[in-house]
Design a binder for this molecule. Structure first.
Ligand code: 4AD
Ligand code: MG
Length: 457
């Protein structure tokens, strides 16, 4: 049985077996207590070894980190804080661990645990984080399935830089010795795909194609950005969820984003309460209250114009100047969410010049129908927009952005045949996890983080 199931037993059990890894061993003269964890929950199962049992000496000397198979009897525990304990009859040491095992019983810093990313899933915090990650992945699919959205797998290798920010990782089979690796000197026709390709920065463009056939779709997959920003919110490889809806505008997009985030938070509250209590106590005090509030209260909405005015009037100083036309920096986002509205905030209608080419131009000719959802502590968690569905306007926007319309002829085709208003967004899955767990560094919510200089595990 798994430990989580054992700990929820409703009656004693005369015989059962459990496998797991040793968290701690407390040796006494006649009795040894072993705390066993198998990752199914935060709690350990207390295994009691009695010196009269066969093979006691070997079992009692297993090391922290050892893998055990324990057979025994489940009885009510006299100890405080646990309802059951397993009185072992037979213990098999499947794999012992020596005294060098790095996860000894003490609190390790997250920096240290990152350096042993192969072992950190066995630490309490990371057990809780990765259970949450798994549970919320499931919740993503159940949300969209309940609403009839089609799940699309968009390509990882692509010739298109959707965001146009020049942050694509190159994919190439050309010999590395072709000097110098300057784009202009490379004949991409010689390459595997016959053109310049890279790892996707977003599945949106292909998502739009599917939305104009299936109406409502979503993607959920790995996304890559070679942005050399060594921050606590950026990873070179992250997971993004991108819904796309035909026959929808920016207001519909915001409604979906709000419903989605609420659903995920509600799911975490209802299904992961043990791990959330741990985060609330150890990582972010007040976390559960914050999530309960988010699950019920309406999100605030503000245009970019208004946001800039609020920032200009702020009684605090900012490192980066605030001016209409400049992108909001994380300090601005934090001020707006933490000081101005005290919760999640949609900022809408950004200047066209700082947003991607595909966003729909507003009637004022200088802003686009875009929205970013900002949350306290994390900042931007969602970026979305209504898409430009008017062929001529889109072609003009592409020219302005320096994109050759001929390269995206397939994308323009859906504006030629059956074009319709449509909108979507991208939620950064790791940023969601940071918000829901209170973890402060993106490196600590993804199993094996990819950041500049870091691809070891
Ligand atoms: O705002 P972004 O760049 O939007 C897009 O990619 C659109 N194509 C989405 C769409 O409309 N379908 O990215 C969306 C979200 C951000 O709000 C952020 O949460 C996350 O993706 N994100 C990152 N997360 C971790 N590391 C990075 N380097 C990230 N870049 C973006
Ligand atoms: Mg964005």
């Amino acid at each position: 049985m798994r430990v989580a199931g054992v700990l929820q037993a409703c009656r004693p059990m005369p015989a059962l077996w459990v496998c797991g890894w040793v968290r701690t061993v407390r040796r006494g003269k006649d009795i040894t207590f072993v705390a066993l964890n198998d990752g199914s929950c935060l709690e350990n199962l207390q295994v009691v070894l009695d010196s009269r049992m066969e093979g006691y000496a070997a079992a009692a000397h297993c090391g922290t980190g050892a893998a055990l198979h324990v057979e025994g009897e489940l009885v009510a525990s006299p100890a405080a804080g646990q309802s059951w304990e397993l009185h072992a009859r037979r213990v098999r040491i499947l794999g012992d661990a020596d005294g060098d095992y790095p996860l000894q019983k003490k609190r390790h810093s997250f920096e240290y645990l990152r350096s042993i990313a192969h072992l950190r899933p066995r630490a309490n915090t990371f057990g809780a984080v990765f259970r949450m990650r798994s549970a919320l992945s499931f919740a993503v699919h159940s949300f969209f399935r309940e609403r009839g959205f089609l799940y699309v797998h968009t390509p990882i290798i692509t010739a298109n830089d959707c965001e146009g920010a020049g942050e694509m990782f190159r994919v190439s089979t050309l010999p590395a010795e072709q000097p110098p690796m300057v784009d202009e000197s490379i004949d991409w026709r010689q390459d595997f795909f016959g053109e310049k390709t890279g790892l996707t920065v977003s599945g949106q463009l292909q998502g739009e194609l599917f939305a104009t056939a299936f109406s409502d779709i979503y993607t959920f997959g790995p996304t890559f950005r070679a942005e050399n920003s060594n921050t606590s919110r950026h990873a070179a490889e992250f997971w993004m969820i991108e819904p796309e809806m035909a026959f929808a505008d920016l207001a519909d997009d915001c409604v979906l984003a709000e419903d989605f985030l609420r659903y995920l938070v509600r799911f975490a509250l209802d299904s992961c309460s043990g791990d959330l209590e741990f985060f609330d106590q150890r990582i972010e005090p007040g976390l559960i209250d914050k999530l309960e509030k988010l699950a019920t209260a309406d999100f605030s909405v503000m245009t970019y114009d208004e946001a800039v005015r609020r920032l200009e009037r702020a009684p605090v100083g900012f490192e980066y100047p605030v001016a209409w036309g400049a992108d909001l920096q994380s300090e601005h986002e934090r001020y707006l969410t933490e000081q101005v509205v005290g919760g999640p905030l949609f900022v809408t209608d950004y200047p066209a010049d700082i947003k991607a080419f595909y966003m729909r131009l507003n009637d004022d000719g200088r802003t686009v129908a875009a929205m970013d959802l900002l949350v306290p502590r994390v900042g931007e968690i969602i970026g979305g927009s209504q898409r430009e569905e008017r062929l001529v306007v889109l072609q003009e926007k592409m020219r302005k952005a320096g994109i050759d319309p001929a390269r995206l002829d397939w994308y323009l085709d859906i504006r030629r045949w059956g074009s319709c208003p449509h909108a979507g967004f991208g939620l950064g899955f790791e940023r969601l996890l940071m918000y829901v767990t209170g973890m402060e560094n993106i490196r600590d919510v993804i199993p094996f983080p990819r950041t500049p200089g870091n691809a070891r595990f």
